[in-house]
Design a protein around this ligand. Sequence first.
Ligand SMILES: [Zn+2]
Length: 169
Amino acid sequence: MLRPILRLGDSILSAPARPVEAISVDVEKLIDDMIETMYAAPGVGLAAPQVGVSLKIFVIDISLGKDPAGLHTMINPEFVSREGMQLEEEGCLSVPGFTSTVARPKRVVVRGLNRHGDEHTLEGTGLLARALQHEMDHLNGCLFVDRLRGIAREMILRKVKKLSKAGKW
Ligand SMILES: [Zn+2]
């Protein structure tokens, strides 16, 4: 089932998500829906708060469904390591129509549970590292816009406010 994706301005997006206590039927359904919603968008990642559920879960697939091994589900993830620095253009399904250059570590290792409750570790460089950090940020109530400074941030916020006023957000 497709779930609506919340947009910048919704308070759920700026709240830290709660850890998952048990992988219940509801949680499994949520994960299925998140995968479906991510592919339909399309996006390379989606975090539970983006569909209005404040739980520490994200799904990621930088191949956009082309590589069957590219899909990963992370429950209660944490960083194991972060190294280096990359500067690339970044966007977010919750901030449609806007992108900006965001500084991120070049390589990250994230550890969490898969949908069966088994611990797994994901190592990413380049786009995968960026996507992993972007989704980890969502679980901490942080959007890429919050990582911007000065005029870049102000410009996006001002345009979103205008769109909201016009009922187009
Ligand atoms: Zn996002």
